[in-house]
Design a protein around this ligand. Structure first.
Ligand code: MSP
Length: 488
């Protein structure tokens, strides 16, 4: 059994999760479910980035200790993932004791190797990014990402000799062409690394909310080192060692630099293997505007589900844009896909077919002769290839092509007229619906279960995506799968 280890970024628990957090976690869930369907031994990690100045500041504003503050927000993340039917294997927090221990261990290794030295730092700091900027990076004195004024910070600090990793990193990118994915995001990183790398400040002593450096208790670890190593510390638990290194770190494009420059350099320094792929997705805008909490332009998980249900939003987010590109989110677009692709095309197919089995055969069906022609319309190879290369929207497109073929098959065969062929036609449609329910199960687990319950079968694995598996049985028609939503 092949192992498959995938991760999401660990989120800053300074507010409830919104569409951006939900998107990455959802994609990871779909991928994890897909790999399980294939029979892989999957480990899916998500969690929160509890330390750092940003959290310390947010807690202070609420008059709480950072521990209290994060303890209060973590359940919000867990609840949101449960509502979205996201099944992770571990929810890690950087305040977890086992994680803190690993951070200290690796820092000691990097220190012993001679990659860490003490000096002083003065620079512009953006708390939002938890990162220093040079004057050249700033846009009118503001952080290029958060567009907020940066702080001038001066402190004694330990530094990591990042400058010594330039060649090693360039070699890594060259030898592992998909390490930085998708391809169109790669060149910018390569170019910046070619320009040269400065040593990186990796400790703070102006506040205490972090992991103490093992070799100097006056300092705490820079939040990004602490955070990145979560991917590793989760595999230091008994039985989990086999998962290292990660097959993919799924992230958003804004944190690609941290994951493709700092992260592999730290790992090289600590003598550890490097993840196979870091895949950066794009950003969602909301009705063509940037997601922004302060301007009220934000949509949280509850609201997302409220539009047309869990499976509908899971489907939409994966179908609407190629994974890796930016995209725009609007309620209308969700409703349109819900009403057309889900209610009309998939929902109707199931409803119509089961209705006829009820009407003509009292709900019973008999294993008939499989229609090779119908099943030849299913391109499983294309679906698998696209899923395995993160082209989820194309894979869904392929599944929907088959759904259209099955709908067409019913229209052409006219089982309502063709008394003689009726039973075989409906058998083939039911068998095709069974196959479809397996294929959509990673995207819409609840829908898949509902379909199978109505068919009276168990959800199968990818091995059962072939014709003729359905035996004699009885259907149990239930509520329609997707309700059409009136556009507000
Ligand atoms: N804590 C760091 C990650 C450390 S990983 C070792 C962090 N946290 S975050 O909470 O700010 O953001 C997490 C993720 O949300 C990022 O991958 C980011 O790209 C994603 N998104 C935030 N807003 C987004 C959109 N509007 N659209 C899509 N994803 C976006 O960064």
């Amino acid at each position: 059994m092949a192992k498959y280890y995938l991760t999401t970024p660990i989120y800053y628990p300074n507010d409830i999760p919104h569409i951006g957090h939900a998107y990455t976690t959802l994609v990871a869930d779909v991928l994890a479910r897909w790999k399980k369907l294939k029979g892989d031994d999957v480990f899916f990690l998500t969690g929160t980035d509890d330390h750092g100045k940003k959290i310390a500041k947010a807690a202070e504003e609420k008059g709480m200790s950072p521990q209290e503050f994060t303890d209060k927000l973590i359940p919000e993340f867990k609840k949101a993932w449960e509502k979205l039917n996201i099944k992770y294997d571990r929810f890690i927090r950087t305040t977890d004791k086992d994680h803190e221990k690993v951070v200290k261990e690796v820092l000691q290794k990097m220190y012993d190797k001679g990659d860490i030295y003490k000096s002083a730092y003065e620079g512009y700091y953006c708390v939002g990014c938890e990162a220093y900027y040079t004057e050249k990076d700033l846009e009118e004195g503001c952080c290029p990402i958060h567009k907020k004024k940066v702080e001038i910070m001066k402190e004694e600090s330990y530094f990591f000799k990042l400058s010594e990793y330039q060649d090693k990193l360039l070699k890594l990118y060259e030898e592992n062409p998909s390490f930085i994915s998708p391809e169109h995001r790669k060149q910018e990183i390569v170019n910046r690394v070619k320009e040269g790398l400065k040593d990186l400040s990796i400790s703070r002593n102006s506040f205490r909310w972090g992991v103490e450096l093992p070799f100097d208790k006056e300092h705490i670890t820079y939040v990004w080192i602490d955070a990145l190593f979560n991917y590793y510390s989760a595999t230091r638990k008994k039985g989990k060692e086999k998962y290292w290194p990660a097959d993919v770190n799924i992230i958003g494009k804004d944190i690609l630099w941290f994951h493709t420059v700092y992260w592999p350099a730290f790992l090289m320094s600590a003598g550890l293997k490097i993840p196979n792929i870091v895949f950066a997705h794009g950003w969602w805008t909301l009705d063509k505007e940037k997601v922004s909490k302060s301007r009220g332009k934000v949509i949280n998980v509850e609201e997302l589900i409220g539009i047309a249900g869990v499976d509908s939003i899971r489907y939409f987010l994966l179908r609407e844009i190629p994974f890796g590109d930016d995209g725009d989110f609007s309620e209308e677009a969700v409703i349109e896909r819900n009403n057309n692709e889900l209610a009309n095309e998939l929902g109707n197919l199931v409803n119509r077919c089961l209705g006829m089995v009820d009407k003509y055969f009292k709900g019973k069906y008999k294993k008939g002769k499989s229609d090779k022609e119908l099943f030849s319309k299913l391109n499983l190879d294309a679906i698998t290839k696209n899923m395995d290369s993160f082209k989820f929207n194309v894979a869904l497109g392929e599944i929907w092509k088959f759904i259209a073929e099955v709908n067409k098959y019913i229209n052409d065969k006219k089982p309502w007229e063709d008394e003689k062929g009726r039973e075989d036609t409906l058998y083939n449609v039911l068998d095709a619906i069974r196959v479809i329910s397996i294929l959509v199960s990673s995207f819409m687990p609840e829908t898949s279960e509902k379909i199978n319950k109505q068919l009276g079968v168990k959800t199968g694995s990818l091995k059962e995506v072939k014709m003729g598996i359905l035996k004699d049985g009885k259907i149990k028609k239930d509520e329609i799968l997707f309700k059409k939503i009136e556009n507000a």
